[in-house]
Ligand binder design. Sequence first.
Ligand code: CA
Length: 225
Amino acid sequence: MRILIVEDDPSVADGIIDGLESANFQALHVSTGVDALAALDAFDPELVLLDLGLPDMDGTDVCRQIRKVSPVPIIVVSARDEEIDRVIALEIGADDYVVKPFGMRELVARIKAVARRTAGVEQPATSSPERAFGPLRIDTRSIRVSLAGEEVHLTPKEFELLVYLSEDPGAVHRRTDILHDVWDTNWYGTTKTLDAHVAAIRKKLGNPAWIESVRGVGFRFGIPT
Ligand code: CA
């Protein structure tokens, strides 16, 4: 697995490179946001580890820019550990978040968890890659969503959430189940993040009725009438 490490502190980067290589990952290290964006094409990473404090660009902007052009999983690495940053990390399109200092075992476990989740999105074992719901098409193989033929750009997490909810249209999914299944147990308690993602999907699909709120319980996917 090819992992792009974006980190301006050489001692932190060296530690991560050593750890990833001994876990049999292939690592490429860059120290700036500009180099990170360039490496997307050149290195074609399967996962990006992105430090938020970079010398040339804000890491959140780097994350947003990567997300505009690529669905590659992103784990944000930061020294800042306030809740607001966790929420922001998810909202800018990151798939997970680790706070410095972290152990290599934790990092490798997070990388594997994110890789498993995103691989699951690409190749669901139980359903065909394209599903159609009225004008909405969800293709889990190419990770594309279109509405009446127009492509809808979702973040990986929004995509995962939409796929999850649409697997059983009409069924009510409890918040705790959604957080557990889509966000992993790490994200328990951050239901604001779930609401933000639901709001973003509704906005992008142009109709809140695609994801109906079920008061006190959770959410239900349905085709607007
Ligand atoms: Ca830094």
